[in-house]
Structure formats: C-alpha cells, structure tokens
Write a protein that binds this ligand. Sequence first.
Ligand SMILES: [Zn+2]
Length: 422
Amino acid sequence: MKHAPGTTLISNGRLVDGIGGPPVADAAVIVAEGRIVYAGRKDAAPAVPPDARSIDARGGTIMPGLIEAHFHPTYFNVAKLEDLDIKYPVEYVTLLAAHNARLALECGYTAARSGGSLFNIDVWLKRAIENDVVSGPRLAASGREICGVGGLMDWNPDFRKIGMEGLVLLVNGPDEARAAVRKLVKDGVEWVKTYPTGDAAAPDTNDHHTLCMTFDEMHACVATAHNHGLKVTGHCRATEGIKNALRAGYDTLEHGTFMDDEALDLLLTRNTPVVPALYFEKVSVERGPEFGLPQPVIDGHQETLEAGAESARRILQHGGRLGMGGDYGFAWNPHGDYAKELSFFADYVGLSPLQVITCATRTGAEIMGRAHELGTLETGKLADVLVVDGDVIADIRALEDRRFIAVMQNGIVRSGSAAAEH
Ligand SMILES: [Zn+2]
C-alpha cells in the first residue's frame, strides 16, 4: 500500500491515542512518509518542515483508524442465509465485496479481520487493497469457513446436490478437519474460521446451545493451523463449545455468548480475545418481524443478546479483551452500519466510550496480530488515523454518523471532508 510522501501535521483536536489513557487536549499528530513521528501535546511537538501539509481537526478528535474484527466482505446485505452462497456467481460477489470494502474504509475502518468469505474472495481482495487496485481496510483473510456435516452452516439439502462448497468446508472427524485446514493453507488465508456451535438463526437442529464440531475436530484444526503459522477462531455460543475452543487452543472466540464461571476462568487464563458481535442480535430482535424472521429465531436472538451482553461485561471487568466487530451484511444489519456496534456497547452493554474505542482500535490490532504497527497513535506506527469532527468521548455517535474530516491510511487521506483537498 502506498503512503503519503512528505510530512503532514494534524492539529487543533483532542488526541484519543487508542492506548486507553485520558484524551490529550490541544494535541498534534505528525506523520512523515506514512508513519507517525509524533502524537501528543501540541506545545511539545517538534517543528515540521515549511512545506508540510496541514489538517485542521476543528476542535474534534484525532484517533486511530477503527478496526472491524469480524468483517464479512462477501455478505451482500442478504435477506436469507441461503443467499450467501447461491444467489449470485462468484464473479459478481467479488465486485460486491470490493464495494463493501470501500464502504468500510469510508466508515472509518482502516483495517479489518475477515470472519469468513465466499470462496477465496477475501484473500484476493486483501491483495488488491495492498496493491492499491481497490481501496478498503487492510485485511486479514479467512477464506472459507469450516463446520461439521449437518451443522449450522450445512443448510443446502442433499437433493440439490450443490453442497456448501462456496462458503464452507464440511468435515466429519479430525482427519477431514486437518484436510480442510490444509486446503485453506494453500488458499492463502491467515485465519481459520470454524463453527464449534450453532446459533439462534437455526432453532430446529442447530440452535445456540448445540455443538457443530467435536473437540477432536477443533483440536485438529488448531494443531494443523498453528503448524503452518495460521490462527484459528470460531463461532462460539454454547457453553461447552466455548470451553472446547479454549481447551483446543483457539486464538480468538467469536461471540463467546453463554459463558459460565469455568469458561470465563479458562478465557482469562489464556487471555483470549472475544469479538461479541452483539449489535446483530439487537437489530435482529428489533427488525426481525419486518424481515419475516420466525418468532423462535427472534426469541433466540433475545436470549443471545442478554447472555452475550452479560458475558462481555464480565470479560472486560475481569481484565479480558474484547474486539469490536459485527455480522454486517444482512438486510436488517447492512454494511455501513459498523460503528453502530460501538454506540451499542456504550449504551446497552455499559462500556465507557473510551473503553469501546480502545477495544475497536488497540485490541483490534492485537487480534489481527499487527499491534506493532496498527491500533494506536504512537511514534513509529503506520499513520492510519481518523480525524473526527466532534468529541467522540462525549458523543460516540459521531463515528456512526461518519463525521469525518479525514480517514487516513499510511498518511493518505482516503475519505472525509479533507479528502478533496489532499
Ligand atoms: Zn460472522
């Protein structure tokens, strides 16, 4: 990815650096050759060259670019689960994914970890973004997901003879789990996304208390992935599925919904980050009737919402780590709404805006395995910076409202009101 040449001075704003400390009033951030060379009080900042570009934060906020930790670039605002893999051919979904990536960047998300993709689209989307072919968040790719046969993601009936090939690798037993991960290694993914448990979306045979993979299958995934330098995550709702994932050595958990004390202890001992992705549950309850979701599905989402919020609170209270991300890409939870997750965590779950932003920046970078170069505004890091026209600590909605002066990657202003000037 190219970077902005020369020096840029961002000033006249409060610095929220992503590390989690109190904001710094009247701050300056200096970017040189795409990297941060200073972030702190303006009166202590070094001089910049006379030809430096200048961005006026207008009394707003200077903060790290947001990181979406559970991004499905190939989910194209579908109204039905089965549309995810059979409505359009891969060629068209690839174009839709590029559109979604651009939108995410315009929403202030300068990096994202994929939560699974149709075929290998996210692997190649990542490459296109890195090579400046299209614009979007820096990606960590997952490719196809892994699920047990008959599990949550195995929904096409056998008489159609189409399997689930585009979206999921279906496995029976540890040997097939190993084979699936090996296939993904060759595909070029960085994360292996698995389905240890079901979900409220499938109340008949794979609800949120159902297991969709065995411990042995999960452990085989982890051993194979780690051998090849890949990381593993999983859709974990049911309590036993959470414990299986933690004992198998998962690198992160998606959702982590129904956690008992033992599960929380295991999680905290391993310091495994969790991406609750909870706004989806709330919006599924609120807008489900409008989109024809059956009542048992809506009831399941309500149960998930309450348990998930309680687990998220406990994880953070006990010093655990949360990433911010969501299953955006459904008709009732469309792409572009990503930062509603952040307002939701402040309003409904009860985190402070500063905690939410730290989760959405620093922890996101830790989850991506790129904390050394992303997620906070510190000297030496890549200049992925958000300049917000508003005080995000006083009003976190400024993020979902996209009140952006600048969305920067490597110091390049990609979006926001200053984009036209740079
Ligand atoms: Zn997901």
